[in-house]
Ligand binder design. Sequence first.
Ligand code: AMP
Ligand code: ZN
Length: 466
Amino acid sequence: MALRFYNTLTQRIEDFTPLEDNVVRMYTCGPTVWNFAHIGNLRTFTFVDILRRWLRYRGYRLDHVMNITDVDDRIIQKSVEAGQSLQEYTAAYTEAFLQDTATLRLERPEHLVRATDHIDDMAAAIHKLTEKGFTYESDGSIYFRIASFPGYGKLSHADFSGIRAGVRVEADRYEKDDARDFALWKALKPGEPGWDTVIGRGRPGWHIECSVMAMKYLGATLDIHAGGVDLTFPHHENEIAQSEALSGQPFARFWLHAEHLILSGEVMSKSLGNFITLRDVLAQGYRPEAIRYLLTSVPYRKKLNFTSDSLPSAETAVERLRNFKLRLETGKYAQGVNQSLIERTQQAATRFEEALDDDLNTAEALAAAFELVRDANSAMDAGEFPASNVAPALEFLRRFDAIFDVLLPTRRESGLTDAQIEALIEERNQARKTRNFARSDEIRKQLLERGVVLEDTKEGARWKRK
Ligand code: AMP
Ligand code: ZN
């Protein structure tokens, strides 16, 4: 069976091949750098990573653009509150995002582009839209007139034929089901940062940046456009309207949307305040690979319910896979071959590939791996795992890890010897005795930063390297 994806545009599973040659031209919406990314955001970015890796596994080359939204309503508000320039404020969170994605082993897109580096391109695009009659001006801002684009609603499959023309919204993010003309270019309020351009002084709306950067690097029609499910409407609907109004061509052939990560029954969200960052879970001592595993373990079109059991189970699963690999590499095996297990290894590989071809069914791909681990472990226990079975099993793991990438531990150069660690722990014990909890917490943090996790037990503090 061919590689296929669920396309939000057609609401069907469709066979995928790129439009031209062997190259997949793809755009994914990047982070808005007003805060640390939470593990919900990172679920969507991890889905994009699996998508990239699977496309490459299937022999395609990638030309992938991701934006960094470094100007929008919330960023401006937060940077003013922090007394920082837009650049200072966003540089810190951009760096944090890049660190987090590297920690999760997410591949960098071929083009990682900042909105503020493309303001002139955006202004030129808005100018062109105005010339073509798709915009109007009001109070110094420029709006896209939804009624001028008959295809509006084709992605979110909503009927907007009854929209009242001229009802505007200036905010970039607004409530669902609220179809309004949206701001392409915003007049500046006092104190807001702005740019001088061919359409005057102002700042861009959020939606136009993606259209402009996508088409600048990838041309009028993309093979794949992806993002979180909340972006379908209005963001992606607006992207389609702007881009197709500009080019007269279909904007993207395949639209892929990742479902949300859910915490206590609610969508994890920065605005709702119910969020956990990657840094939070690392500070609890979880391994980056376990977090990566968890985020990939539920197929992207299903909600991922994050519970107190999620990370401990992911840790166990990663450990099981690693122990199996270690056993293959270090065990002593008699000469010979177990043909039926060779066949089951091949079946596992086929099942793994078919699962990922099937709209990236990661849960099924993992199930294939764990079934093989179970079968092979039982064969080893029974002394029925001869030497010739080692290489095919390792080859399966190699393919598996080209996508899931959880087998190799993250290298942490703690630089601390055991004696130094013990000395710090002793100092912490003394600090606790004298109720100097600030120092005691500081030592715990220092150790954690250097990859050493402390666990307080009745017998005193125990430690281990991550
Ligand atoms: P933002 O930085 O707010 O623009 O969001 C970055 C990405 O995270 C977007 O693709 C969102 O759709 C996605 N996202 C936001 N919340 C969640 C969530 N709870 N689970 C999964 N993805 C999310
Ligand atoms: Zn976007």
